[in-house]
Design a protein around this ligand. Structure first.
Ligand SMILES: [Zn+2]
Length: 265
């Protein structure tokens, strides 16, 4: 079943790559297929309450961010490393480690806003097209000769963030940061969380680099990026900034419940 899902996604991808651009409908279908393969591979936390909190947080942003009204989904992954990644069509996966290291609502919302932007600005779909070309050929070969079922399963495993979404360009990162600041302000959330989260990432890179490997592998972070984002935040009217939500109702309880949870695998 899983192999079939991955193979179907690969075929869709080839069809989409052949076309000049991918329609939103194709992006949705492709994203749904990949997200299904990912959910089958990753230790997604089965906690309705915590997932609902994360989803509400995400939807607060997508309501102002997504003019295409995608069907957004947010998942908590039982992984203590700091990472989050976006699948085309509107699927955002958030590691438990990221939630646990967020000092307030605005910091986690900042990363969510950044990931949402990779979808709405269609960076994630471009990544998918670029990065999977080789894998797609392997997958197609396997499906034609039908001798390498395990290879197909391996490709699905590779989908876990590092290989598939190998690295966004600096331009993509910069665009996603700018868009995230705008999304947070429009949604009534304090955008200073984006800056303090990035500062925290940079600081932790020095202390415990392995905990952030996956994030830095796909989202290059330089000092200049922090400075640029900080300048964007400073451009927001002071009175407006002071009125925005930084703490978020129920955030501490949400973070504690996530810290207690395991996927059960
Ligand atoms: Zn990014």
């Amino acid at each position: 079943m899983r192999d079939r899902v991955v193979r179907r996604a690969a075929l869709l991808l080839v069809a989409a790559s052949v076309a000049c651009d991918m329609s939103l409908a194709a992006e949705d279908e492709l994203g749904d297929q990949y997200a299904a393969a990912l959910r089958a591979q990753l230790p997604v936390i089965d906690d309705a309450e915590a997932t609902a909190y994360l989803s509400a947080m995400g939807r607060r942003l997508t309501q102002v961010a997504d003019s295409a009204s995608r069907d957004w989904h947010f998942y908590l992954v039982d992984d203590t490393t700091v990472n989050a990644f976006a699948v085309p069509g509107g699927h955002i996966f958030v590691h438990r480690g990221l939630v646990e290291r967020s000092r307030n609502y605005a910091e986690l919302a900042g990363v969510l806003g950044h990931e949402v932007a990779h979808v709405t600005l269609r960076h994630s779909v471009d990544q998918l097209k670029k990065r999977t070309r080789t894998n797609v050929l392997v997958t197609l070969f396997c499906s034609v000769v039908s001798v390498c079922g395990s290879a197909v399963a391996q490709i699905a495993l590779d989908v876990g963030g590092q290989v598939l979404f190998a690295k966004y360009s600096r331009e993509d990162e910069s665009e996603a940061d700018s868009a995230a600041v705008g999304y947070l302000v429009a949604a009534g959330v304090d955008p200073r969380g984006i800056v303090t989260m990035f500062e925290q990432f940079a600081e932790q890179r020095g202390r415990d680099p392995t905990a952030l490997d996956a994030w830095f592998g796909s989202h290059p972070l330089e000092e200049s990026r922090i400075a640029r984002t900080s300048a964007l935040v400073r451009a927001v009217d002071g009175g407006r900034l002071a009125s925005l939500d930084g703490a978020g109702s129920g955030f501490v309880e949400f973070r504690e419940s996530v810290a207690r949870r395991r996927s059960g695998r």
